[in-house]
Write a protein that binds this ligand. Structure first.
Ligand code: C2E
Ligand code: MG
Ligand code: MG
Length: 402
């Protein structure tokens, strides 16, 4: 294992770059609606001659601390351009690649001009290169940064605010930085979108970004539940282990070559949504009458709570496995009604009934309220087919009837 210290890092990294041991790994970004590869992020890996793959956290923070990072960033930019140029010359499919740029570049004179020289030197269109700068770097020196981002923009490169939500930058500042893309930090997805406050924060960020006409990317997406919720927020691009991990160039090349056959798994737990605001308004209206609205994918045994006001003693999970939801629902009911409820909403029975033409199913049960009194609650499932797959979805509307 390589021992990296403040004293030896410069010579080690210089040699590693010279020997091309610093490799670009590519992590694809997927269109949240179509699940097609729509971009990628270039991430540095040091692959030693012995085959050890050293991740960036072992050398990038130290390079930043010692003011040595800009050289590595330029090396990465050149490697990415060389890759894009070769692929373009062979007439192959390419996608826009975003390259991480350290905050130290904001102090570099003529950064945008140097960037043009490098990219033009490889004959790569500027639209294929995007610059990622972390939120904390942007917040460090506001005036300087606005001019820096503006100059990159004017040169035809999109700028993306990386790790948004992890630092301290004010929303007002984001409004003034002419970045086109905002990458929502994975820490904002930490509770798997199951916590209502987390969802409110995310919804607000997406709404704010969309109103500023920014493209949104969610990074660190690991679960179907996160994906489902991000879609409802109108998130455009998804990057995360759920779809793909960062991979060596050869593997990425093959992936984009076969992109059409190689879509990310579309494990929809939701119908692909209309623009978030219209859907939200409609939902708000229905919610006035039905305090519980659930979208379930019966074919995949999953559900997601679209709107929820608790009317029983125990709170309900907001997303997860459908059969577990039914068991949970039954547990909040009068003992005499539990079997009726579990029989009515048995997943296989519903799928069979749908295949035979049934389009809705309703049941009234007694449910224990916070005050210890049973109330009659009507639960109706409406069945629809997911337009983008053959999955059978159920929309549950529930309300108290006395
Ligand atoms: P970043 O730019 O925010 O990159 C995203 C990081 O999240 C990557 O870590 C990626 O592997 C990781 N990630 C992606 N999807 C998931 C997921 O679903 N779950 C989890 N847990 N992680 C996920 P990586 O490659 O270790 O890079 C770490 C950081 O190092 C990057 O964060 C970036 O700030 C920095 N970095 C990497 N390459 C470069 C570079 O060439 N130049 C500069 N200046 N910084 C770089
Ligand atoms: Mg990044
Ligand atoms: Mg990031």
């Amino acid at each position: 294992m390589v021992d990296i210290t403040k004293e030896n890092i410069k010579s080690l990294i210089d040699k590693a770059m010279e020997n091309k041991e610093i490799k670009v790994y590519y992590q694809p970004k997927y269109d949240a609606i179509t699940s097609k590869i729509s971009g990628a992020e270039a991430l540095a890996r040091w692959v030693t001659k012995e085959g050890e793959v050293i991740p960036p956290y072992r050398f990038i923070p130290l390079l930043e601390e010692l003011n040595l990072i800009t050289e590595l960033d330029w090396y990465m930019m050149k490697e990415v351009c060389a890759f894009l140029s070769e692929e373009l010359q062979k007439g192959r499919n390419v996608v826009t690649v975003s390259v991480n740029v350290s905050r130290l570049h904001t102090q570099e004179e003529d950064y945008a001009k140097k960037l043009c020289d490098v990219v033009d030197g490889f004959g790569v269109p500027h639209s294929l290169v995007e610059i990622e700068i972390t939120e904390s770097a942007l917040a460090a020196d506001e005036n300087n940064v606005i001019a820096f981002v503006k100059s990159i923009n004017e040169a035809g490169f999109a700028v993306s605010i990386d790790d948004f939500g992890s630092g301290l930058s004010s929303l007002n500042f984001v409004k003034d930085v002419p970045a086109k893309v905002i990458k929502i930090d994975k820490s904002l997805l930490s509770s798997n979108c199951e916590n209502e406050k987390e969802r409110i924060v995310l919804e607000s960020i997406f709404s704010f970004a969309h109103r500023l006409n920014m493209t949104t990317v969610a990074e660190g997406v690991e679960t179907v539940e996160q994906l489902g919720f991000l879609r409802t927020c109108g998130c455009e691009l998804i990057q995360g282990f759920l779809f793909a991990k960062p991979m060596p160039e050869e593997q990425f090349k093959m992936m984009i070559e076969t992109a059409d056959e190689n879509e990310a798994p579309t494990e929809d737990i939701l119908i692909t949504q209309a623009p978030a605001t219209a859907t939200q308004l409609l939902l708000d209206v229905i919610f006035k009458r039905y305090p519980l609205i659930i979208m379930s994918n019966l074919s995949r045994n999953s559900f997601y709570m679209m709107a929820y006001e608790n009317f029983s003693t125990t709170s309900c999970p907001s997303t997860g496995v459908y059969t577990e939801l039914i068991v949970h629902g039954a547990s909040t009911m009068h003992p005499d009604d539990q079997k009726l409820f579990t029989d009515t909403f048995d997943i296989n029975d519903q799928l069979k009934a749908y295949a035979e033409g049934q389009r809705e199913r309703m049941v009234v049960t007694r449910q224990l309220g916070d005050d210890g009194i049973y109330r009659r609650v009507q639960t109706t499932n409406y069945y629809v087919k997911n337009p983008s797959s053959d999955d059978v979805l159920a929309i549950t509307l529930s309300r108290a009837v006395d």
